[in-house]
Design a protein around this ligand. Structure first.
Ligand SMILES: [Cu+2]
Length: 120
């Protein structure tokens, strides 16, 4: 009987811990350009997350079709939830892949993702 109770407590603690960790990770909630959008050459790219980020470990890379990396200057907003990137030169027409990486301010956990967009 005691063992069964201990097991139930252990399982409850484990699921509580898992839930805490899941909410502590920063997830992308909005982007401009949106994923898979076709847009005029953007002057800025913004990525908004559901959690505060650690600016030093949060940013993104943008590559064009052949893997050519585009240069961006990125900053993190005051509320620490939005990354804004300004390309150092105009983006030519073509297909782009954006790869983001962030660290949650709360626990330092890292998450990454990608999105595609096209410049017409
Ligand atoms: Cu986390």
């Amino acid at each position: 009987m005691f063992e069964r109770k201990a097991l139930i407590i252990a399982l409850a603690s484990a699921s509580l811990l898992a839930a805490t960790q899941a909410t502590a990770h920063a997830s992308l909630v909005k982007s401009d350009p949106a994923a898979n959008a076709t847009v005029a050459a953007p002057k800025t790219i913004t990525l908004t997350f559901d959690d505060e980020l650690t600016p030093a470990f949060s940013g993104f890379d943008v590559t064009m079709g052949g893997g050519m990396k585009m240069k961006f200057t990125t900053t993190v907003s005051k509320d620490k939830k939005t990354i804004t990137g300004v390309p150092t030169g105009p983006l030519m027409a073509g297909a782009y892949k954006l790869s983001w990486h962030v660290a949650a301010a709360e626990d330092g956990h890292k998450s990454t993702g990608t999105l595609d967009f096209t410049v017409k």
